[in-house]
Design a protein around this ligand. Structure first.
Ligand code: NI
Ligand code: MN
Length: 228
C-alpha cells in the first residue's frame, strides 16, 4: 500500500493499478500536496461534507468517471451534482472488488456549503476503514477521541491510522496519542494540522510522544509518499 499525503486530511492510496483518494481538499488548500487535475483514481472516498474534506471531489469523480463513496446523504448530494456515487452508513462495509470500505462513527458535525453559499445537509460524519492488498488503513475523519476506537482496534488489524492532531476542530496531539494506543495502530500518520493558523501543531513533538510509547509514526509533508 503506497500512501501519498495530499495535505490536510487528504490521502492518495495506491495498490498496484488501484488507487483511491480520501478527502481531496486541494484547490484552495494553502498546503496542497497533489494536483487535482492529475489525480487518477478508481474512487473518491469522503469522510464528511465539510469543505476542507469535500474539496475537489466532484471534479475528480467527473474526470475519472468514478464514484464518490460516502455516507448516504453525502453520496446522494454528489449524485445530485451529476457524478456516480455509492452511499453507505455507519458500521456498514462493502466490497468494491479490489478494495473494501467500512464506515465507522466519528464525533464531529457535517454539512457542505456550495459555490452559491447554500448549506446542504450531508448526514453524519464518518471514519473510513479501507482494506486493499491485504493492508488496512483507518482514516478517522474529523473526530473527538472516543473509547469505541478500542473496539475498532480489536475488530481490525490497523496497519496504518491517519489521525487528526490539529486540535480546535478535532483531537489534538494528546488525544490522538491515546487513540493510537487504543487502535493498536502499526503506524500513525498525523493529519489535519498546520493548514490554517488555528490548527498549528508540532508534528515532531507528536511523533516523539508516540515513539516514547513504542508506536511508529510517520510525519509526511504534503506530496510526500510512504510504503506501508
Ligand atoms: Ni470537519
Ligand atoms: Mn476538517
Amino acid at each position: 500500500m503506497k500512501i501519498t499525503y495530499g495535505g490536510h486530511a487528504c490521502l492518495l492510496v495506491e495498490e498496484g493499478p488501484v488507487s483511491i483518494v480520501i478527502d481531496p481538499f486541494l484547490t484552495g488548500n494553502p498546503a496542497a500536496g497533489l494536483d487535482p487535475a492529475k489525480i487518477k483514481v478508481n474512487a473518491v472516498v469522503l469522510t464528511h461534507g465539510h469543505n476542507d474534506h469535500f474539496g475537489d471531489a466532484l471534479t475528480i469523480a467527473k474526470n475519472n468517471d468514478c464514484p464518490v463513496i460516502a455516507i448516504a446523504e453525502l453520496a446522494d448530494y454528489c449524485a445530485s451534482r451529476g457524478v456516480k456515487s455509492h452511499g453507505m452508513n455507519l458500521g456498514g462495509a462493502y466490497d468494491f472488488g479490489s478494495f473494501r470500505v467500512k464506515l465507522t462513527p466519528a464525533w464531529h458535525s457535517s454539512s457542505y456549503t456550495d459555490e452559491n453559499g447554500i448549506v446542504h445537509y450531508t448526514g453524519e460524519p464518518a471514519g473510513v476503514i479501507l482494506t486493499i492488498g491485504g493492508k488496512t488503513l483507518y482514516h478517522s475523519g474529523d473526530t473527538a477521541l472516543f473509547s469505541d476506537m478500542k473496539l475498532i482496534g480489536e475488530q481490525h488489524r490497523i496497519d496504518v491510522a491517519a489521525l487528526p492532531i490539529g486540535d480546535n476542530f478535532t483531537m489534538g496531539p494528546d488525544d490522538a496519542a491515546i487513540a493510537a494506543e487504543w487502535l493498536k495502530a502499526g503506524l500513525v500518520i498525523p493529519i489535519h494540522y498546520n493548514t490554517f493558523p488555528v490548527i498549528r501543531q508540532d508534528p515532531a513533538g507528536f511523533r516523539n510522544q508516540l515513539e516514547a510509547k513504542g508506536i511508529r509514526c510517520a510525519t509526511l509533508s504534503p506530496g510526500e509518499q510512504i510504503d506501508v
